[in-house]
Ligand binder design. Structure first.
Ligand code: FRU
Length: 494
Protein backbone atom coordinates (compact mmCIF):
# COMPACT_ATOMS: atom_id res chain seq x y z
CA UNK A 1 0.00 0.00 0.00
CA UNK A 2 1.10 3.59 -0.39
CA UNK A 3 2.01 5.66 -3.37
CA UNK A 4 5.47 6.26 -4.74
CA UNK A 5 5.52 9.64 -3.04
CA UNK A 6 4.71 8.11 0.33
CA UNK A 7 7.30 5.36 -0.15
CA UNK A 8 9.85 8.01 -1.05
CA UNK A 9 9.13 9.90 2.18
CA UNK A 10 9.27 6.69 4.24
CA UNK A 11 12.57 5.67 2.72
CA UNK A 12 13.99 9.15 3.18
CA UNK A 13 13.06 9.32 6.84
CA UNK A 14 14.41 5.79 7.49
CA UNK A 15 17.76 6.72 5.97
CA UNK A 16 18.12 10.23 7.37
CA UNK A 17 16.84 9.99 10.93
CA UNK A 18 20.17 8.53 11.99
CA UNK A 19 21.88 11.77 11.06
CA UNK A 20 20.07 13.62 13.84
CA UNK A 21 21.97 13.39 17.11
CA UNK A 22 19.62 12.18 19.84
CA UNK A 23 21.28 14.27 22.56
CA UNK A 24 20.74 17.45 20.56
CA UNK A 25 16.97 17.12 20.47
CA UNK A 26 14.22 17.74 22.97
CA UNK A 27 14.09 14.92 25.51
CA UNK A 28 10.39 14.37 26.14
CA UNK A 29 8.66 16.85 23.85
CA UNK A 30 7.77 15.31 20.50
CA UNK A 31 9.97 16.80 17.80
CA UNK A 32 10.22 15.94 14.14
CA UNK A 33 12.52 13.00 13.43
CA UNK A 34 13.93 14.68 10.34
CA UNK A 35 12.86 17.75 8.34
CA UNK A 36 10.17 20.22 9.28
CA UNK A 37 7.17 19.92 11.62
CA UNK A 38 4.25 22.24 12.26
CA UNK A 39 0.74 21.66 13.64
CA UNK A 40 -0.26 18.60 15.66
CA UNK A 41 -2.76 16.54 13.65
CA UNK A 42 -4.99 13.54 14.31
CA UNK A 43 -4.37 13.54 18.06
CA UNK A 44 -6.27 10.44 19.20
CA UNK A 45 -6.24 7.35 21.39
CA UNK A 46 -6.40 4.27 19.21
CA UNK A 47 -5.62 0.59 19.87
CA UNK A 48 -4.18 1.23 23.32
CA UNK A 49 -1.85 4.09 22.34
CA UNK A 50 -1.90 7.79 21.71
CA UNK A 51 -1.38 8.73 18.09
CA UNK A 52 -0.03 12.10 17.17
CA UNK A 53 0.40 13.05 13.53
CA UNK A 54 1.91 16.32 12.43
CA UNK A 55 2.34 18.64 9.49
CA UNK A 56 5.54 17.36 7.97
CA UNK A 57 8.05 18.14 5.24
CA UNK A 58 10.64 15.36 5.57
CA UNK A 59 13.15 16.61 3.01
CA UNK A 60 14.23 19.94 4.54
CA UNK A 61 14.02 21.83 7.80
CA UNK A 62 11.64 24.39 6.31
CA UNK A 63 8.00 24.26 5.25
CA UNK A 64 7.28 22.47 1.96
CA UNK A 65 4.67 20.14 0.40
CA UNK A 66 2.81 18.93 3.42
CA UNK A 67 2.84 15.26 4.44
CA UNK A 68 1.61 13.82 7.72
CA UNK A 69 4.32 12.51 10.05
CA UNK A 70 3.29 10.01 12.71
CA UNK A 71 4.33 9.03 16.23
CA UNK A 72 2.76 6.95 19.00
CA UNK A 73 3.13 6.94 22.76
CA UNK A 74 1.73 5.28 25.86
CA UNK A 75 2.32 8.25 28.17
CA UNK A 76 2.61 11.22 25.76
CA UNK A 77 6.25 11.69 26.85
CA UNK A 78 8.07 8.69 25.35
CA UNK A 79 7.45 8.68 21.62
CA UNK A 80 8.00 6.07 18.94
CA UNK A 81 8.03 7.21 15.34
CA UNK A 82 5.95 5.39 12.76
CA UNK A 83 6.36 5.82 9.01
CA UNK A 84 4.87 8.92 7.40
CA UNK A 85 1.11 8.44 7.13
CA UNK A 86 0.06 10.70 4.25
CA UNK A 87 1.79 12.21 1.22
CA UNK A 88 0.30 14.74 -1.22
CA UNK A 89 -0.13 12.12 -3.91
CA UNK A 90 -3.69 12.50 -5.24
CA UNK A 91 -5.23 14.94 -7.69
CA UNK A 92 -7.33 16.49 -4.89
CA UNK A 93 -4.39 17.00 -2.44
CA UNK A 94 -1.38 17.29 -4.75
CA UNK A 95 -0.27 20.59 -3.21
CA UNK A 96 -0.50 19.48 0.37
CA UNK A 97 -2.20 17.36 3.00
CA UNK A 98 -2.94 20.12 5.48
CA UNK A 99 -4.04 19.84 9.09
CA UNK A 100 -6.82 17.65 10.38
CA UNK A 101 -7.90 15.18 13.01
CA UNK A 102 -8.70 11.51 13.66
CA UNK A 103 -11.46 9.33 15.07
CA UNK A 104 -12.03 5.62 15.61
CA UNK A 105 -14.86 4.33 13.41
CA UNK A 106 -17.55 1.93 14.63
CA UNK A 107 -15.85 -0.96 12.82
CA UNK A 108 -12.58 -0.29 14.65
CA UNK A 109 -10.73 1.39 11.80
CA UNK A 110 -8.91 4.67 12.28
CA UNK A 111 -10.12 7.57 10.17
CA UNK A 112 -8.03 10.64 9.37
CA UNK A 113 -9.79 13.76 8.15
CA UNK A 114 -7.55 16.40 6.57
CA UNK A 115 -7.48 19.30 4.15
CA UNK A 116 -6.48 18.63 0.55
CA UNK A 117 -4.90 21.58 -1.27
CA UNK A 118 -4.83 22.11 -5.04
CA UNK A 119 -3.27 25.26 -6.45
CA UNK A 120 -5.21 27.30 -8.94
CA UNK A 121 -3.81 30.05 -11.13
CA UNK A 122 -5.47 33.40 -10.52
CA UNK A 123 -6.07 36.02 -13.24
CA UNK A 124 -2.97 37.97 -12.08
CA UNK A 125 -0.78 34.91 -12.60
CA UNK A 126 -0.26 34.13 -8.90
CA UNK A 127 -1.32 30.80 -7.42
CA UNK A 128 -3.60 30.08 -4.52
CA UNK A 129 -4.65 26.75 -3.03
CA UNK A 130 -8.27 25.65 -3.18
CA UNK A 131 -8.98 23.73 0.02
CA UNK A 132 -11.33 20.78 0.47
CA UNK A 133 -11.79 18.20 3.22
CA UNK A 134 -10.71 14.60 2.63
CA UNK A 135 -10.47 11.33 4.56
CA UNK A 136 -8.10 8.38 4.75
CA UNK A 137 -8.86 5.16 6.62
CA UNK A 138 -6.38 2.76 8.13
CA UNK A 139 -5.11 0.50 10.88
CA UNK A 140 -2.90 2.87 12.87
CA UNK A 141 0.09 2.55 10.52
CA UNK A 142 -1.10 2.48 6.91
CA UNK A 143 -3.93 4.62 5.59
CA UNK A 144 -5.83 4.48 2.34
CA UNK A 145 -7.37 7.62 0.94
CA UNK A 146 -11.11 7.30 0.32
CA UNK A 147 -12.03 7.00 -3.37
CA UNK A 148 -14.89 9.49 -2.87
CA UNK A 149 -12.54 12.32 -1.81
CA UNK A 150 -12.97 15.19 -1.29
CA UNK A 151 -15.81 14.59 1.16
CA UNK A 152 -16.51 18.30 1.71
CA UNK A 153 -15.87 20.86 -0.99
CA UNK A 154 -16.83 24.41 -1.86
CA UNK A 155 -20.41 23.38 -2.70
CA UNK A 156 -20.91 22.90 1.06
CA UNK A 157 -19.69 26.33 2.05
CA UNK A 158 -22.12 28.93 3.39
CA UNK A 159 -22.77 31.95 1.20
CA UNK A 160 -19.63 34.07 0.89
CA UNK A 161 -17.45 31.29 2.39
CA UNK A 162 -13.91 31.48 0.98
CA UNK A 163 -12.82 28.30 -0.86
CA UNK A 164 -9.14 29.27 -0.48
CA UNK A 165 -9.45 29.64 3.30
CA UNK A 166 -11.28 26.49 4.33
CA UNK A 167 -9.30 24.02 6.38
CA UNK A 168 -8.31 21.98 9.42
CA UNK A 169 -11.39 19.75 10.01
CA UNK A 170 -11.77 18.57 13.60
CA UNK A 171 -13.93 15.43 13.68
CA UNK A 172 -15.63 13.80 16.68
CA UNK A 173 -18.35 11.28 17.36
CA UNK A 174 -21.49 12.77 18.89
CA UNK A 175 -23.54 11.16 21.68
CA UNK A 176 -26.06 9.82 19.14
CA UNK A 177 -23.34 7.92 17.23
CA UNK A 178 -23.23 10.30 14.25
CA UNK A 179 -20.16 12.35 13.36
CA UNK A 180 -19.60 16.07 13.54
CA UNK A 181 -16.77 18.22 12.40
CA UNK A 182 -15.77 21.85 12.67
CA UNK A 183 -13.50 23.60 10.19
CA UNK A 184 -11.93 27.03 9.89
CA UNK A 185 -13.09 29.40 7.18
CA UNK A 186 -13.34 33.07 6.19
CA UNK A 187 -16.40 34.93 5.03
CA UNK A 188 -16.42 37.33 2.07
CA UNK A 189 -14.66 40.01 4.16
CA UNK A 190 -11.81 37.67 5.18
CA UNK A 191 -13.32 37.54 8.64
CA UNK A 192 -12.85 34.23 10.47
CA UNK A 193 -15.66 31.80 11.15
CA UNK A 194 -16.05 28.21 12.32
CA UNK A 195 -18.27 25.92 10.24
CA UNK A 196 -20.10 22.90 11.59
CA UNK A 197 -20.84 19.77 9.52
CA UNK A 198 -22.57 16.47 10.32
CA UNK A 199 -22.42 12.97 8.89
CA UNK A 200 -23.81 9.50 9.55
CA UNK A 201 -20.76 7.62 8.26
CA UNK A 202 -17.90 10.18 8.30
CA UNK A 203 -17.87 10.00 4.48
CA UNK A 204 -21.01 11.88 3.44
CA UNK A 205 -21.27 15.29 5.05
CA UNK A 206 -23.90 18.01 5.41
CA UNK A 207 -23.26 21.63 6.22
CA UNK A 208 -25.14 22.46 9.42
CA UNK A 209 -24.35 26.04 10.29
CA UNK A 210 -21.80 28.70 11.10
CA UNK A 211 -20.98 27.80 14.68
CA UNK A 212 -19.19 31.03 15.55
CA UNK A 213 -18.28 34.23 13.73
CA UNK A 214 -15.35 36.46 14.52
CA UNK A 215 -17.12 39.79 13.89
CA UNK A 216 -13.70 41.34 13.36
CA UNK A 217 -12.53 40.78 16.94
CA UNK A 218 -9.65 38.28 16.83
CA UNK A 219 -7.51 38.48 13.71
CA UNK A 220 -8.63 37.33 10.29
CA UNK A 221 -8.68 33.68 9.18
CA UNK A 222 -9.38 31.23 12.01
CA UNK A 223 -7.24 28.10 11.75
CA UNK A 224 -7.24 24.75 13.54
CA UNK A 225 -10.44 24.69 15.60
CA UNK A 226 -11.10 22.20 18.39
CA UNK A 227 -14.44 21.87 20.15
CA UNK A 228 -15.22 19.87 23.29
CA UNK A 229 -17.08 19.70 26.56
CA UNK A 230 -15.08 20.29 29.74
CA UNK A 231 -16.20 20.63 33.34
CA UNK A 232 -19.79 21.37 32.38
CA UNK A 233 -18.79 24.03 29.86
CA UNK A 234 -18.18 23.95 26.12
CA UNK A 235 -14.77 25.02 24.87
CA UNK A 236 -13.84 26.20 21.39
CA UNK A 237 -10.16 26.65 20.56
CA UNK A 238 -8.94 28.37 17.43
CA UNK A 239 -5.72 29.94 16.13
CA UNK A 240 -6.37 33.24 14.34
CA UNK A 241 -3.98 34.77 11.83
CA UNK A 242 -3.21 38.50 11.70
CA UNK A 243 -4.23 39.43 15.21
CA UNK A 244 -4.16 42.97 16.55
CA UNK A 245 -2.96 43.25 20.14
CA UNK A 246 -5.39 43.74 23.01
CA UNK A 247 -3.69 44.79 26.26
CA UNK A 248 -1.60 41.93 27.61
CA UNK A 249 -4.22 39.36 26.56
CA UNK A 250 -3.64 39.05 22.82
CA UNK A 251 -0.52 39.85 20.83
CA UNK A 252 0.08 40.75 17.17
CA UNK A 253 0.33 38.10 14.49
CA UNK A 254 -0.69 34.47 14.81
CA UNK A 255 -2.36 33.90 18.17
CA UNK A 256 -4.57 31.46 20.02
CA UNK A 257 -8.04 32.01 21.44
CA UNK A 258 -10.09 29.88 23.80
CA UNK A 259 -13.83 30.56 23.96
CA UNK A 260 -15.68 29.15 26.94
CA UNK A 261 -19.46 28.92 26.85
CA UNK A 262 -22.36 26.52 26.53
CA UNK A 263 -23.56 24.28 23.73
CA UNK A 264 -27.10 23.25 22.95
CA UNK A 265 -26.74 19.95 21.07
CA UNK A 266 -30.39 19.96 19.94
CA UNK A 267 -29.94 23.14 17.96
CA UNK A 268 -26.14 22.99 17.57
CA UNK A 269 -25.85 26.41 19.15
CA UNK A 270 -22.72 27.65 20.90
CA UNK A 271 -23.16 30.53 23.35
CA UNK A 272 -19.91 32.29 24.00
CA UNK A 273 -19.32 33.55 27.55
CA UNK A 274 -15.58 34.17 28.01
CA UNK A 275 -12.52 34.41 25.82
CA UNK A 276 -8.82 34.34 26.62
CA UNK A 277 -5.47 33.60 25.04
CA UNK A 278 -4.39 29.98 25.44
CA UNK A 279 -0.65 30.59 25.82
CA UNK A 280 0.92 33.95 26.67
CA UNK A 281 4.48 33.15 25.60
CA UNK A 282 6.23 33.41 22.25
CA UNK A 283 5.90 29.96 20.72
CA UNK A 284 2.55 28.24 20.75
CA UNK A 285 0.05 27.66 17.96
CA UNK A 286 -2.61 25.36 16.50
CA UNK A 287 -3.27 23.23 19.60
CA UNK A 288 -5.32 20.04 19.49
CA UNK A 289 -6.80 17.93 22.28
CA UNK A 290 -7.47 14.29 23.05
CA UNK A 291 -9.67 12.67 25.67
CA UNK A 292 -7.70 10.05 27.63
CA UNK A 293 -9.23 6.71 28.65
CA UNK A 294 -9.40 8.02 32.24
CA UNK A 295 -11.35 11.09 31.14
CA UNK A 296 -8.71 13.82 31.06
CA UNK A 297 -8.70 16.40 28.27
CA UNK A 298 -5.08 16.80 27.14
CA UNK A 299 -3.87 19.54 24.80
CA UNK A 300 -0.69 19.70 22.70
CA UNK A 301 0.26 22.69 20.54
CA UNK A 302 2.97 23.37 18.00
CA UNK A 303 5.69 25.02 20.12
CA UNK A 304 6.51 27.58 17.49
CA UNK A 305 4.82 30.44 15.77
CA UNK A 306 4.80 31.42 12.11
CA UNK A 307 6.17 34.88 12.88
CA UNK A 308 9.25 33.51 14.64
CA UNK A 309 10.16 30.62 12.35
CA UNK A 310 13.13 32.49 10.91
CA UNK A 311 14.90 32.50 14.21
CA UNK A 312 17.33 29.79 13.17
CA UNK A 313 19.62 29.33 10.25
CA UNK A 314 18.33 25.86 9.42
CA UNK A 315 21.71 24.29 10.00
CA UNK A 316 20.11 21.45 11.92
CA UNK A 317 18.44 18.68 9.91
CA UNK A 318 15.26 19.13 11.98
CA UNK A 319 12.99 22.01 12.90
CA UNK A 320 9.86 21.90 15.01
CA UNK A 321 8.65 20.55 18.31
CA UNK A 322 5.38 20.18 20.15
CA UNK A 323 4.48 21.68 23.52
CA UNK A 324 4.26 19.63 26.66
CA UNK A 325 0.94 17.78 26.88
CA UNK A 326 -1.22 19.92 29.15
CA UNK A 327 -4.12 18.75 31.31
CA UNK A 328 -7.05 21.09 30.89
CA UNK A 329 -9.83 22.13 33.21
CA UNK A 330 -12.22 25.06 33.45
CA UNK A 331 -12.46 27.01 36.69
CA UNK A 332 -14.49 30.19 37.12
CA UNK A 333 -14.70 30.76 33.40
CA UNK A 334 -10.95 30.30 32.83
CA UNK A 335 -8.99 27.59 31.10
CA UNK A 336 -6.50 26.04 33.52
CA UNK A 337 -3.52 24.12 32.10
CA UNK A 338 -1.17 21.87 34.03
CA UNK A 339 1.73 19.76 32.84
CA UNK A 340 0.49 16.23 32.23
CA UNK A 341 0.79 14.30 35.51
CA UNK A 342 2.81 11.52 33.84
CA UNK A 343 5.72 14.00 33.83
CA UNK A 344 6.15 13.35 37.54
CA UNK A 345 7.37 9.84 36.66
CA UNK A 346 10.33 11.38 34.87
CA UNK A 347 11.52 13.35 37.88
CA UNK A 348 14.77 12.48 39.64
CA UNK A 349 17.45 14.15 41.79
CA UNK A 350 15.13 16.22 43.96
CA UNK A 351 16.62 19.41 45.42
CA UNK A 352 14.70 21.50 47.96
CA UNK A 353 15.40 24.96 49.34
CA UNK A 354 13.14 26.79 51.76
CA UNK A 355 13.08 30.44 52.76
CA UNK A 356 16.01 31.55 50.63
CA UNK A 357 16.12 35.34 50.86
CA UNK A 358 18.01 37.40 48.33
CA UNK A 359 18.24 41.17 48.49
CA UNK A 360 19.61 43.32 45.66
CA UNK A 361 21.83 40.51 44.56
CA UNK A 362 22.37 37.55 42.23
CA UNK A 363 22.75 34.02 43.54
CA UNK A 364 23.34 30.51 42.29
CA UNK A 365 22.41 27.51 44.37
CA UNK A 366 24.05 24.10 44.65
CA UNK A 367 22.23 21.47 42.64
CA UNK A 368 20.21 24.03 40.68
CA UNK A 369 21.21 23.85 37.05
CA UNK A 370 20.42 21.86 33.92
CA UNK A 371 18.52 21.97 30.67
CA UNK A 372 16.01 19.21 31.49
CA UNK A 373 14.43 20.55 34.62
CA UNK A 374 11.12 20.70 36.49
CA UNK A 375 11.39 23.53 39.02
CA UNK A 376 8.73 25.09 41.19
CA UNK A 377 9.47 28.51 42.64
CA UNK A 378 7.23 30.04 45.30
CA UNK A 379 8.01 33.71 45.73
CA UNK A 380 7.03 36.19 48.44
CA UNK A 381 8.37 39.53 49.64
CA UNK A 382 11.56 39.28 51.68
CA UNK A 383 10.74 42.50 53.45
CA UNK A 384 7.29 42.98 54.98
CA UNK A 385 7.58 46.75 54.79
CA UNK A 386 8.66 47.11 51.21
CA UNK A 387 7.58 45.19 48.13
CA UNK A 388 10.49 44.14 45.88
CA UNK A 389 10.79 45.81 42.46
CA UNK A 390 11.71 42.85 40.33
CA UNK A 391 12.76 39.23 40.41
CA UNK A 392 14.54 37.27 37.67
CA UNK A 393 15.31 33.64 37.15
CA UNK A 394 17.88 33.11 34.43
CA UNK A 395 18.47 29.78 32.77
CA UNK A 396 20.24 28.21 29.77
CA UNK A 397 23.04 30.41 31.05
CA UNK A 398 26.80 30.55 30.52
CA UNK A 399 29.22 33.47 30.54
CA UNK A 400 27.68 34.94 27.43
CA UNK A 401 24.10 33.78 27.12
CA UNK A 402 20.94 33.40 29.15
CA UNK A 403 17.17 33.46 28.88
CA UNK A 404 15.10 34.89 31.72
CA UNK A 405 11.73 35.01 33.31
CA UNK A 406 11.20 38.17 35.28
CA UNK A 407 8.40 39.26 37.54
CA UNK A 408 7.42 42.80 38.52
CA UNK A 409 5.06 42.58 41.49
CA UNK A 410 3.92 46.22 41.30
CA UNK A 411 2.49 45.68 37.81
CA UNK A 412 1.94 41.93 38.25
CA UNK A 413 3.72 41.31 34.95
CA UNK A 414 5.68 38.20 34.10
CA UNK A 415 8.07 38.46 31.17
CA UNK A 416 9.96 35.88 29.17
CA UNK A 417 13.06 37.28 27.47
CA UNK A 418 15.39 35.32 25.18
CA UNK A 419 17.15 38.35 23.71
CA UNK A 420 20.47 37.10 25.06
CA UNK A 421 19.97 33.47 24.10
CA UNK A 422 22.31 33.64 21.11
CA UNK A 423 19.79 34.52 18.38
CA UNK A 424 21.06 36.81 15.64
CA UNK A 425 17.60 37.58 14.26
CA UNK A 426 15.59 40.74 14.96
CA UNK A 427 12.36 38.97 15.77
CA UNK A 428 10.15 38.73 18.83
CA UNK A 429 12.30 37.75 21.80
CA UNK A 430 10.18 39.02 24.67
CA UNK A 431 6.61 38.72 25.76
CA UNK A 432 4.78 39.82 28.87
CA UNK A 433 1.74 38.39 30.58
CA UNK A 434 -0.46 40.02 33.18
CA UNK A 435 -0.72 37.39 35.90
CA UNK A 436 -2.44 37.15 39.26
CA UNK A 437 -0.32 37.84 42.30
CA UNK A 438 -1.12 38.89 45.79
CA UNK A 439 1.37 41.31 47.42
CA UNK A 440 4.33 39.90 45.54
CA UNK A 441 3.40 36.25 46.04
CA UNK A 442 3.43 34.04 42.99
CA UNK A 443 4.06 30.41 42.06
CA UNK A 444 6.01 29.50 38.92
CA UNK A 445 6.52 25.96 37.68
CA UNK A 446 9.23 26.05 35.05
CA UNK A 447 9.82 23.11 32.70
CA UNK A 448 13.00 23.09 30.62
CA UNK A 449 13.60 20.48 27.94
CA UNK A 450 16.86 21.26 26.13
CA UNK A 451 15.48 23.77 23.64
CA UNK A 452 12.37 25.08 25.35
CA UNK A 453 10.90 26.67 28.45
CA UNK A 454 7.31 26.47 29.57
CA UNK A 455 6.16 28.23 32.72
CA UNK A 456 2.89 27.36 34.45
CA UNK A 457 1.85 30.24 36.69
CA UNK A 458 -0.19 29.77 39.88
CA UNK A 459 -1.05 26.12 39.17
CA UNK A 460 -1.91 26.70 35.53
CA UNK A 461 -3.80 30.02 35.43
CA UNK A 462 -1.40 31.32 32.78
CA UNK A 463 1.14 29.48 30.66
CA UNK A 464 4.01 30.87 28.59
CA UNK A 465 6.06 28.81 26.15
CA UNK A 466 9.24 29.79 24.34
CA UNK A 467 11.84 27.90 22.36
CA UNK A 468 15.48 28.60 23.17
CA UNK A 469 18.28 27.48 20.88
CA UNK A 470 21.28 28.24 23.10
CA UNK A 471 23.98 25.57 23.02
CA UNK A 472 23.25 22.80 25.51
CA UNK A 473 26.48 23.47 27.40
CA UNK A 474 24.80 26.64 28.76
CA UNK A 475 23.08 24.95 31.69
CA UNK A 476 23.38 27.52 34.47
CA UNK A 477 20.45 28.81 36.51
CA UNK A 478 20.64 31.94 38.67
CA UNK A 479 18.29 34.14 40.64
CA UNK A 480 18.37 37.93 40.81
CA UNK A 481 16.42 40.32 43.02
CA UNK A 482 15.90 44.06 42.95
CA UNK A 483 14.64 44.49 46.52
CA UNK A 484 14.18 41.56 48.88
CA UNK A 485 12.57 38.31 47.75
CA UNK A 486 12.11 35.09 49.69
CA UNK A 487 11.66 31.88 47.76
CA UNK A 488 11.06 28.18 48.17
CA UNK A 489 12.39 25.90 45.45
CA UNK A 490 11.58 22.31 44.60
CA UNK A 491 13.65 21.20 41.64
CA UNK A 492 14.06 17.92 39.78
CA UNK A 493 16.01 16.82 36.76
CA UNK A 494 13.90 15.25 34.04
C1 FRU B 1 -1.68 26.37 10.82
C2 FRU B 1 -1.75 26.01 9.35
C3 FRU B 1 -3.05 25.30 9.05
C4 FRU B 1 -2.72 24.51 7.83
C5 FRU B 1 -1.30 24.12 8.08
C6 FRU B 1 -0.44 24.03 6.85
O1 FRU B 1 -0.40 26.46 11.34
O2 FRU B 1 -1.60 27.17 8.57
O3 FRU B 1 -4.16 26.15 8.91
O4 FRU B 1 -3.57 23.43 7.67
O5 FRU B 1 -0.75 25.08 8.96
O6 FRU B 1 0.80 23.45 7.12
Amino acid sequence: MGSELLEKARTFERENTKKVEEAKRPGFHLSVQVGWMNDPNGFSYYNGEYHLFYQYHPYASYWGPMHWGHAVSKDLLHWRYLPAALAPDESYDKDGCFSGSAVEMDDGRHLLMYTGVVEEELPDGTKKGVQTQCVAIGDGVNYEKYEGNPVIDESQLPEGGDRFEFRDPRIWKAEDGTYRCVAGNCDGDRDGQILLYSSKDALHWNFEKILLRNHDRFGKMWECPDFFELDGKQVLLTSPQDMLPQGFEYHNGNGTVCFIGTYDEETDTFHEEHNQAIDYGIDFYAPQTVLTPDGRRIMIGWMQNWDTCNLYTFKEPWFGQMSLPRELSVKNGRLIQKPIRELEELRHDKVVYENVTLKDTTIRLDGIKGRRVDMELTLRPGDEEKLYQKFWVRFAQDEKYFTSLSFRPHESLLKVDRKFSGSRRAIIHQRRSLVRSDKGQIKLRIILDNFSMEVFVNDGEHVMAATVHTDLSADGISFVADGAVTMDIVKYNL
